[in-house]
Ligand binder design. Structure first.
Ligand SMILES: Cc1ncc(COP(=O)(O)O)c(C=O)c1O
Length: 366
């Protein structure tokens, strides 16, 4: 990095970091910390933690399912969902850019002998319909049986794209035709609901089970929920124990989760507005490639134009921005990801844009 670059961004580098790597970096709100301090607790594995019980009831009611289970993480929630829906060895159909396929340590295969049959994910976060229709199998004795279809809403790797209820219904149709259940990785389904102006229950109604995270945009320090029918959630409780996710006085954590659901949902609109401003601003910086019209929620991807007009190496830009105090994630697939969240203000977005503009002026190799 050149010293002239350092000189230009020096003023930015001194301030607090603007962390746009993920919405998982959110800290609990002051009200959450207070509620955690005061939380009434009991042994949740005995079903005796009143605060966890209250969170589970509230979550079930909010997503319009009979019951919900508090789990330590989104990945554990998705894995329990698979263990609960599928017999051992059943296949799971999921998109080839889905979190459950790419980033959950192969849990379905390792823990349930369930291979994931991936189908192409389209740019809008949906699945290739023809390939999806052909992915269901099991009638022939040579084939593993399909046990489950997983969809993701919003879609992380597609840039926070929203799948509305009618799209979910269409994707679920072939599973329904085969009499199979559908699970939603709804890590950010509240972002989808806010973007659509719908209650989250309108999205959850299209699937049999939904996992959503309290610990991302909803700002709780720890925890996700898995919701479905009462019988399903009772069986999932066994799966949680199997995976070592039975926590004891977890009301300390659930207290924050309750505030996630009662106080942190509507404000997601602010994160979406900030993401849009960031996308529009990035589109005006020479050398940046982005499609701002595809930004619907709090996640966006962008890249740099290489000398030959092809996608350029983004690593120098990520490094330069970081040294100016602006953190993005990325690089490995040639894209940079930015995620807006609680704690990121409109002023931070201006600072982030200034840092990128400076970095693009600097003689960084692209
Ligand atoms: C779409 C999606 N699903 C699931 C998860 C897993 O959540 P956790 O990090 O709580 O395990 C993530 C995490 O980023 C995610 O983006």
């Amino acid at each position: 990095m050149s010293s002239s670059y350092e000189a230009r961004v020096g003023a930015l580098a001194g301030g607090p970091k603007i962390d746009l790597r993920s919405d998982t970096v959110t800290h609990p709100t002051p009200a959450m910390r207070e509620a955690m301090y005061r939380a009434e607790v009991g042994d949740d594995v005995y079903g005796e933690d009143p605060t966890v019980n209250r969170l589970e009831e509230l979550a079930a009611e909010t997503v319009g399912k009979e019951a919900a289970l508090f789990v330590p993480s989104g990945a554990m929630g998705n894995t329990i969902a698979i263990l609960t829906h599928c017999r051992r060895g059943d296949e799971v159909i999921a998109g080839d850019r889905s979190h459950v396929y790419l980033y959950e340590v192969g849990g379905a295969a390792r823990l349930n002998g369930s291979a994931i049959r991936s189908v192409p994910t389209l740019a809008d976060g949906t699945l290739d319909r023809a390939r999806l229709a052909r992915a269901f199998q099991g009638e022939d004795i040579h084939e593993a049986r399909t046990g489950l279809l997983c969809v993701e809403d919003t879609h992380n790797m597609c840039g926070g794209r929203v799948l509305p209820p009618e799209t979910l219904r269409e994707l679920a149709a072939p599973a329904r035709a085969h009499g199979l259940p559908v699970h939603m990785d709804g890590a950010r389904v509240f972002n989808a609901a806010v973007a659509l102006g719908l209650p989250v229950s309108a999205l959850a109604a299209e699937v049999d089970s939904v996992m959503f995270c309290l610990s991302k945009g909803l700002s709780a320090p720890v925890g996700s929920m898995l919701a479905g029918s009462r019988a399903y959630v009772e069986e999932a409780r066994r799966g949680r124990k199997l995976l070592g996710g039975g926590m004891r006085q977890a009301g300390i954590l659930a207290a924050a989760g309750i505030l996630s659901l009662t106080e942190m949902v509507d404000r997601l609109a602010e994160d979406h507005a900030n993401a849009k401003t960031l996308a529009d601003g990035l589109a005006n910086i020479p050398g940046i490639t982005i499609a701002p019209e595809t930004v619907e929620t709090n996640i966006l991807f962008f890249g740099v134009r290489g000398a030959d007009g092809q996608p350029g190496d983004v690593t120098p830009l990520v490094t330069a921005a970081a040294s100016a105090g602006v953190l993005f994630s990325g690089g490995d697939d040639g894209r940079i990801r930015a995620v807006t969240h609680y704690g990121i203000t409109a002023a931070d977005i201006d600072r982030a844009l200034a840092a990128v503009a400076e970095a693009m002026k600097a003689p960084v190799k692209r």
